[in-house]
Ligand binder design. Structure first.
Ligand code: ADP
Ligand code: MG
Length: 307
């Protein structure tokens, strides 16, 4: 998953549980990775336009969830953006912006409807040659959920897992306080937080345009793309944090809300099954939806609105 994983497991058998969760993470990587040749995702992509592939229930379920969120978000979240992601990656390497024609022809392969799921037969099919699924915007969330399910199966009542900014907590911190999850300031060095979330049994996921980007002619182009324009999302947000019981939901929804921008993103989060969101705008103002207010502690003097 190309990320650092941090786990805190409060249990006399913590080491054995850690070993088991490590194995689960490797298993997920083997099935969901875009880059591993034998993964379910690679198999599906290789047979695009050729034939349907039989997949496990788990893979079918994440594909279904990704497709549902794509439709609920009107394509702001799009698990079929891989061809566009590749186009921008190679643009960065060549130090040359993609042309409008390149973007247009690439976008034709990125339509979420190109993915056809058949749950009766347990198969998935990419209708168009050159279409590709990429679960990069949702996979780390699933992985956090899988880790926490395992902890609970092994009777852990206090745990914390962080997969590159996808955090999920179980129970309370061993000091009988809620877990504290820092909110990274988008403009400041890593580890500098503008606020914190105090929570138990909840996932906290942030998407932002500030950490991963390419440069072309000294201009920055971040990694969250808008499948409707073909360009990096021109969001009026620097980051969005979503709180939800399900980390998979929080992961995909935070990506979608970032791409949508403040106004549409807030509406979208209110209409979703997430608890709520924290929106950090390009003018360094913070907007909180009602459901998250009691969890947020601001650590800096920022203009903050409840929306
Ligand atoms: P990060 O991986 O940086 O934590 P996200 O969870 O938001 O951030 O996912 C970003 C990854 O998702 C990108 O690296 C890319 O693979 C993919 N992606 C980019 N734009 C979108 C989008 N609009 N919808 C779905 N996935 C996307
Ligand atoms: Mg995401």
């Amino acid at each position: 998953m190309n990320t650092k994983v941090e786990q805190k497991i409060v249990s006399p058998s913590a080491k054995a549980i850690y070993k088991a969760s490590h194995q689960e993470l490797q298993r997920l990587e083997q099935t969901m990775s875009f880059y591993k040749e034998e993964s379910d995702v690679s198999l599906l992509n290789r047979y695009a336009g050729i034939k349907a592939i039989t997949l496990s229930k788990e893979t079918m379920a994440i594909l279904q969830r990704a497709q549902d969120i794509a439709s609920q978000s009107n394509g702001a979240f799009n698990p079929l953006l891989a061809p566009l992601i590749q186009l921008w990656k190679s643009a960065g390497i060549k130090n040359q912006l993609p042309t409008c024609d390149e973007i247009k022809s690439t976008l034709a392969r990125c339509k979420p409807k190109n993915l056809v799921l058949d749950h009766n037969h347990g198969t998935a099919y990419l209708k168009q040659k050159g279409s590709m699924v990429d679960l990069g915007g949702i996979g780390k969330g699933l992985a956090a959920d899988v880790c926490c399910d395992l902890y609970q199966k092994m009777d852990v009542t206090s745990a914390f897992v962080n997969l590159g900014g996808n955090v999920k907590t179980i129970g309370q911190h061993p000091d009988q306080k809620p877990w504290t999850v820092g909110l990274q300031h988008p403009d400041k060095p890593r580890g500098h937080c503008y606020g914190a979330i105090l929570c138990s049994d909840l996932s906290v996921v942030t998407s932002g345009g500030y950490e991963r980007y390419i440069e072309i002619d000294n201009a920055k182009y971040h990694h969250l793309l808008d499948g409707r324009t073909g360009f990096p999302a021109t969001s009026d947000l620097k980051s969005v944090t979503v709180l939800s019981e399900s980390s998979m939901t929080a992961d995909a929804l935070s990506t979608a809300a970032f791409v949508m921008g403040l106004e549409k993103g807030v509406d979208f989060i209110y209409n979703s099954d997430a608890l709520g969101g924290i929106f950090f705008t390009t003018s360094n103002e913070v907007y909180l939806t009602k459901g998250v207010r009691s969890y947020v502690k601001l650590l800096e003097r920022l203009t903050c609105y409840e929306i």
